[in-house]
Design a protein around this ligand. Structure first.
Ligand code: ATP
Ligand code: MG
Length: 482
C-alpha cells in the first residue's frame, strides 16, 4: 500500500498548542474526504510533528497536492531500523537503481535521540551508493536521495510534489462568492478557500442561461479539484427581471453601477439569511470602468451591507489572474463564460459619488429584487448536473447542454441547406428508446412549434425544452460565437 509523508504549511505547526490539534484534525478529515471522493480509502494517518504519515489503498499523491494546508507531499518507503548500519544499508539498497550512472547527493533530516548525526547517515549512505553512480555532487546533483529519520523509523522519499499551501478548509468561517464563472471570480474563490474558508457560490442569471451553465461547470470543476471536506453549494438567483427594471429606469451610463449595487444588496440579504461571514468578489482595482476605486467605494457605501466584501484579487493584473486560472485548471471552462454586458456596452461613468448611486437606486422598484431573491435555488455542486441551471418549470432554453439530444423539427429542405450540428430529424426519433431523464432540445424554425411540442412531451414525462427563437436564433448565435 502506498505511503506518503505530508508536510503541512509552515504556519500550521506554529499555531498555539490549543489551535494546532483542531487544524491537524481538519486537514486529516479533508484528506479523508478527498481520498473517498476518488473511491479510495485512507488506511492510516499519523501525526509526526509537522508532518502526517498516510497510508492509502491507492496512489493519491497528485490528489494530496491539491489539498489546502499541504505544503509538500512525498511518496515514501518506511523501515524500522536497528542501528546506523542497518539504516544505511536499507536506504542504499532502495536507491541503487535511482542513482545508477548519475551524480547524486544524500540529504538527511533527523529527529529523536540517536547515537549518530544526520551527517553520519549521509556519509554512510553516500559511500555505499558511490560505486553505482558517477559520483557525489552536493551542489548540482542529478538525483537527491532524501532520507528522514524519526525515532526508530526511517523514511526514504521516492518522489515529491508541491502542495498549494494555505490552511485546511474549515478552520475559518464561510464565504459566499459572487460567482460569474469568468476568470476572476473562480480565482478569487480559490484564494479564499486556500485560507481555510468554506466557499459557496452565488450566481445571478443576467441574460442567457448558457453563461450560468458554464459558470456551474466552472464551479463544479473547482469543487471537484480543490474543495474538500464539505459539500459546496451553488446558489442561483434569476436576475433577469432586475436587469429589465434597471434598463427601464436607469440611464445608460449608470446601469452597470446600479446593477452592481443591486447584486451586492441581494448577496448581502442572502448572506445574512444563510449565515455567511463575508461576501467575496473577483474585483480588482481599475480592471473595468465599474471597478475604479471611486466606483467600488461609492457602490459599497450606497448599499447597506450586512457583511464585509472581500476582494482577494484587488491588486492582481488581468494576466496574473489568467495565469492562476490556468494553474488551477479552470482556464478552458472559464473562457467559455461570456460576459453579459449588453446592459451597458460602452459608456460607464468612472467616478460616481455615493449620492449618485443612491439617486439611481431610488428609481428601482426593490420588490422586483425581493421577488428574485425569494426564488433562489440552491444546488449541491458535487451531485447536481449542470442542466439544473435551467429551472424545471422553464420550457424554453437558450443554449444546448453538452449531452442533450437535439431534435430538428424543420422541413428536410431547411435541414439540408443549413444543418444544425448533431441534430436528428424529428421523424427519425424513436421515442421509446429515449430515457426520461435525457435532456431533449427541440428546434423548429422560429421557436413556436417547438414550444408546443415541448409542452406535449413534458406531459408524457420527457425532459424536453424548446430552443428559444428557433433556428433563426440558433444560427444568429452560432455566427456571433465564431
Ligand atoms: P469575472 O471574470 O469574475 O467574470 P469580470 O472581470 O468580468 O469578473 P465584472 O463582470 O465587472 O468583472 O464582475 C466583477 C465581479 O462581480 C465578479 O468577479 C463577480 O464577483 C461579480 N459578478 C459579476 N457578474 C456576476 C454574476 N452574473 N453573478 C454573480 N456575481 C457576478
Ligand atoms: Mg464577469
Amino acid at each position: 500500500m502506498p505511503k506518503y509523508l505530508v508536510t503541512m504549511s509552515g504556519e500550521i505547526p506554529l499555531r498555539s498548542h490549543r489551535t494546532r490539534p483542531r487544524f491537524y484534525r481538519r486537514l486529516i478529515e479533508n484528506i479523508e474526504d478527498a481520498v473517498e471522493r476518488e473511491g479510495g480509502k485512507l488506511i492510516k494517518s499519523e501525526i509526526l510533528e509537522a508532518k502526517i504519515l498516510l497510508e492509502s489503498d491507492r496512489e493519491v499523491g497528485a490528489l494530496l497536492a491539491h489539498i489546502f494546508g499541504v505544503h509538500r507531499v512525498g511518496r515514501v518507503l518506511e523501515y524500522e531500523f536497528r542501528d546506523l548500519k542497518d539504516l544505511a544499508e536499507w536506504v542504499a539498497r532502495n536507491s541503487i537503481e535511482r542513482v545508477r550512472g548519475k551524480k547524486f547527493a544524500v540529504r538527511v533530516k533527523r529527529s529523536g535521540k540517536h547515537s549518530f548525526t544526520s551527517i553520519d547517515v549521509a556519509r554512510e549512505v553516500g559511500s555505499m551508493l558511490k560505486p553505482y553512480s558517477t559520483g557525489v555532487d552536493l551542489e548540482n546533483p542529478e538525483i537527491v536521495v532524501e532520507v528522514e529519520v524519526r525515532g526508530n523509523k526511517v523514511f526514504l522519499y521516492e518522489d515529491s510534489l508541491r502542495g498549494p499551501g494555505g490552511l485546511p478548509i474549515g478552520v475559518e468561517g464561510c464565504a459566499l462568492v459572487l460567482f460569474s464563472g469568468g476568470f476572476d471570480s473562480p480565482v478569487a474563490s480559490w484564494f479564499t478557500a486556500k485560507r481555510g474558508v468554506f466557499v459557496d457560490f452565488l450566481h445571478f442569471i443576467l441574460g442567457s442561461t448558457e453563461s450560468t451553465y458554464y459558470a456551474f461547470k466552472v464551479a463544479q470543476e473547482l469543487a471537484s479539484r480543490w474543495l474538500y471536506g464539505y459539500r459546496p453549494k451553488f446558489l442561483i438567483v434569476d436576475f433577469r427581471d432586475v436587469v429589465a427594471e434597471v434598463s427601464k429606469k436607469v440611464d445608460w451610463s449608470y446601469r452597470q453601477i446600479a446593477l452592481r449595487a443591486l447584486m451586492y444588496m441581494a448577496a448581502s440579504k442572502l448572506a445574512e439569511k444563510l449565515n455567511y461571514d463575508v461576501l467575496v468578489t473577483g474585483e480588482s482595482i481599475g480592471q473595468a470602468s465599474s471597478q475604479t476605486l471611486g466606483n467600488l467605494s461609492s457602490i459599497e457605501r450606497a448599499v447597506n451591507l450586512s457583511k464585509p466584501v472581500l476582494r482577494p484579487l484587488i491588486g492582481f493584473d488581468k494576466d496574473e489572474i489568467i495565469e492562476y486560472s490556468r494553474r488551477i485548471g479552470l482556464y478552458d471552462l472559464s473562457s467559455r463564460v461570456f460576459e453579459a454586458c449588453a446592459i451597458a456596452p460602452t459608456k460607464v461613468v468612472t467616478s460616481t459619488s455615493r449620492e449618485d448611486v443612491l439617486r439611481e437606486l431610488e428609481k428601482i422598484d426593490l420588490n422586483v429584487l425581493y421577488k428574485a431573491l425569494e426564488a433562489v435555488r440552491v444546488h449541491d455542486l458535487l451531485s447536481s448536473k449542470p442542466e439544473v441551471v435551467v429551472s424545471e418549470s422553464d420550457l424554453e432554453i437558450d443554449f444546448i447542454p453538452e449531452d442533450a439530444l437535439v431534435i430538428d423539427m424543420r422541413n428536410p429542405e431547411s435541414r439540408r441547406i443549413k444543418p444544425i450540428e448533431k441534430a436528428i430529424p424529428m421523424e427519425e426519433v424513436v421515442w421509446d428508446t429515449i430515457p426520461r431523464d435525457k435532456v431533449i432540445v427541440l428546434i423548429c424554425k422560429t421557436g413556436s412549434l417547438s414550444l408546443l411540442m415541448a409542452k406535449t412531451l413534458r406531459e408524457k414525462g420527457f425532459k424536453a425544452y424548446s430552443y428559444r427563437g428557433g433556428a433563426l436564433a440558433y444560427f444568429k448565435k452560432a455566427c456571433r460565437v465564431k
